[in-house]
Design a protein around this ligand. Sequence first.
Ligand SMILES: *[C@@H]1O[C@H](CO)[C@@H](O)[C@H](O)[C@H]1NC(C)=O
Ligand SMILES: *[C@@H]1O[C@H](CO)[C@@H](O)[C@H](O)[C@H]1NC(C)=O
Ligand SMILES: *[C@@H]1O[C@H](CO)[C@@H](O)[C@H](O)[C@H]1NC(C)=O
Length: 275
Amino acid sequence: MHCSLLPLLVSLSPAILFLLPGIIVTQEGLWEDYKYGHGDQDNHNFCTWKCLLFTLQWPGTFCQSLNNVSLCRIPPTVNNWTIHGLWPLHAKNRCDCWPMFPSDVQELKAELTELWPSFVRFKSNFHFWREEWRKHGACAACVEGMNSPLRYFQVCIKLRAQFYIHSLLEDAGITPSCERPYKVEEVQSVLAPHVGDKLEIQCITDEQDRELWFQLKIRLNRNLTVGCDLCTDAEDALKVQPGSRPVPSPGHPCPDQVPFYYFPINHERPQRPCG
Ligand SMILES: *[C@@H]1O[C@H](CO)[C@@H](O)[C@H](O)[C@H]1NC(C)=O
Ligand SMILES: *[C@@H]1O[C@H](CO)[C@@H](O)[C@H](O)[C@H]1NC(C)=O
Ligand SMILES: *[C@@H]1O[C@H](CO)[C@@H](O)[C@H](O)[C@H]1NC(C)=O
């Protein structure tokens, strides 16, 4: 709630501010808050986050990450890494107060459809985008350049273009394969110079106990440069704050010592790309 309310409030006159229930700060106080990103009791977590996670997903393995694999579909046009989301790390999740409509991203629809598709049958692309906006985008919107659905999704599209993962891997001989597993170290050394050394290579474990690469998490500063450093203080402080929890994910960091698979995309059998 607090994430997107403030920009509205700061434009109101002081007289109106005092009338709003629960708001007992001077206009000056509010500006301080807005400017420096402090939170107070009523307003904990407003724009206190420092880092963003840009998460890409690999369609070759995505379906195995669902509880019910039969709900999965990979559109025939999808042949590359796609966007899962851009998340402020440790921001208060869910800012339902900023609704998003199809017209907000109409001009990006073609690009988003290609780069940010939903792989869940009952969930439309727009449904997926709106969910990401509500959960994360509206919380990122306290930062210049991301302060609307259109701008937020534009930033995401730019980031996807900046991180041409598929080509970087391909150039290093790391290509999707049913047979050949890869080591974390190997992939990390190829990607780190481009996405920063805080990257996380995420796997799921399939029913044959194989590790399958399905996501890549790239850590960014607020200004979108790679490699944000979280100080442990901030991490500890945020652990105890209500409403702030890690983004749930079915995956885990691919273990260093176990080689993992980078399966090819199989549109006919996305649930079992390699049989
Ligand atoms: C998986 O989803 C399909 C399609 O909606 C449904 O028919 C099936 O019962 C689901 N299976 C489980 C185990 O939930
Ligand atoms: C995937 O996208 C990259 C750009 O990010 C492009 O160079 C590459 O050709 C694409 N690969 C496929 C298989 O479409
Ligand atoms: C981006 O932010 C980081 C962390 O605050 C800072 O170290 C870096 O100098 C900034 N880079 C630019 C180009 O503003």
